[in-house]
Ligand binder design. Structure first.
Ligand code: DQA
Length: 148
């Protein structure tokens, strides 16, 4: 069975508690449940991982490379805007990467308009809350192809 790794970066464990005007009230646990439900509906497996530690995120991406994960969906949180370490780790992957954001980053502060990981991603989905993840998952599914 094909497997997609969904990565949540720094501060994203606080969804449901932080800045509801931007991120709503859904918790990360609920987001992961929706991701897993859609993955099983589409016929593949999704593993979700969150960390607040940049090195741990980098190591999980290395792990994805070793494990031959079929695609990666990533919301890198604030690392999106400046982490060359996460960017370089993603650059090792040969599988499709989809970048997602809950909030509409391009309608927010200027520093959020730039993503160091965007050039490595096949596309970016931002502004649709939990649906950004679900749309990202569908995009990953399309990119993996070979559906049975
Ligand atoms: C975010 C947007 C980032 O700018 C921010 O630092 C986050 C969350 C989002 O999902 O909208 O932590 O990635």
């Amino acid at each position: 069975m094909k497997k997609v790794l969904v990565l949540h970066g720094v501060n994203l464990n606080m969804f449901g508690k932080r800045d509801p005007a931007q991120y709503g009230t859904i918790t990360l646990e609920q987001i992961d449940e929706e991701i897993k439900a859609l993955a099983s509906e589409l016929g593949f497996a999704a593993e979700c991982f969150q960390t607040n530690h940049e090195g741990e995120m980098v190591e999980k991406i290395h792990w994805a490379h070793e494990q031959k994960i079929d695609a990666v969906v990533i919301n890198a949180g604030a690392w999106t805007h400046y982490s060359y370490a996460v960017m370089d780790a993603l650059g090792i992957l040969k599988v499709p990467i989809v970048e997602v954001h809950m909030s509409h980053v391009h309608a927010r502060e200027k520093f959020r308009h730039y993503s160091v990981i965007a050039p490595l991603a096949r596309g970016q989905i931002s502004g649709f809350g939990v649906n950004s993840y679900l749309l990202g998952l569908r995009a990953a599914w399309e990119l993996i192809g070979d559906h049975d």
